[in-house]
Design a protein around this ligand. Sequence first.
Ligand code: COA
Length: 374
Amino acid sequence: MTAIKKTGGLAGVIAGQTALCAVGGEGAGLSYRGYDIDDLSDNASFEEVAYLLIAGHLPNRGELDEYIAKLKSLRGLPDPVKQVLEIIPANAHPMAVLRTGVSILGNLEPEGDFANQVLVADRLLACLPSMLLYWHRFQTDGERIDVETGDDSVSGHFLHMLHGKRPSELHRKSLDTTLILYAEHEFNASTFTARIIAGTLSDFHSAVSGAIGALRGALHGGANEAAMALIEKFSSPEEAIEGVLGMLGRKEKIMGFGHRVYTTSDPRNSVNKKMAEVLADEAGDTHLYVVSEAIEKVMWDQKKIFANADFFAATVYHFMGIPTYLFTPIFVCSRISGWSAHIMEQRADNKLIRPAADYIGPGPQKFVPIEERH
Ligand code: COA
């Protein structure tokens, strides 16, 4: 019998191969198809990065213009999708809204042949922000917004629909940068979910709906919302330090900290932190940023646990006037690029993903008829 190695949460298990992303080399580092994340966040747009992940190379000018025009043409929502969004209650979780939105779209515009997969990927990347903000604005202001704005970028489209006006370049660029940082991260829980579903030869929309469900949890994408809730609890750095020490003493987890793969830092954090500081200055903030810094310091001093990508992304979004409950859905609007690329990569060399389990239940039992059971 083959010996089974115990690996809680599959930690450290190589579960497949990917050419999309290298993560955690020597405890740090993140690159998409060989391009370092710092280079991409400094020099590229989210659309260039999405193209890189999905098409396999950085686009030239003509390819990028064509891709942007295509995404713009795919932002519209069919009437039945709008009708479904309108009946989802205002107190629903926006991640459930996106999960339903993808599902209904999969019924109206089924993928059919896998040869259509790139079109489905483009369609979802283009219209996820439309679904989210159509629902949000309908439920909060009763407005049926036009989801086909003239903005070129996903970030501009998102903020325009949210606030009803074109965003400042600082806000658009900051959101764009967080989309780049969130776009791809190897075999994280939601991506692995998407690959498992794709591995059964199911359709694209099913794989993405499942991935959205996995991303929602507080141990994964939901951490950015939980981080904001924590930061907002404290009115000063001193209070934050005391509060976090108390939580650590009670063995509570501090959301937005720690990582399964990185050991000393999350390479996305310094970029988010810099943006959070700039946006805090712009907003004239006097406490949220310093409270965040105090939490980061006490976590490092006490536990040597570092802030991950979600922690300062939360303050970046807050200072752009984005409601907290939309933070994790923004992650979806970005990660759809990585999920799509992984679904395609899985399909290109498919093998059903079906691991084994170590049975720890009772030994053989004699069946007892129901009349004789106590
Ligand atoms: N706050 C407090 N303690 C933490 C912690 C955190 N955010 N993250 C890890 N730890 C501690 C655990 O309590 C555990 O301590 P113990 O060995 O004394 O029991 C140890 O570090 C290992 O943590 P564990 O949860 O087992 O590691 P993991 O690899 O399974 O966890 C995460 C990775 C991301 C799930 C974990 O760090 C976490 O829950 N972070 C908060 C949620 C979050 O921000 N998620 C987004 C990730 S990008």
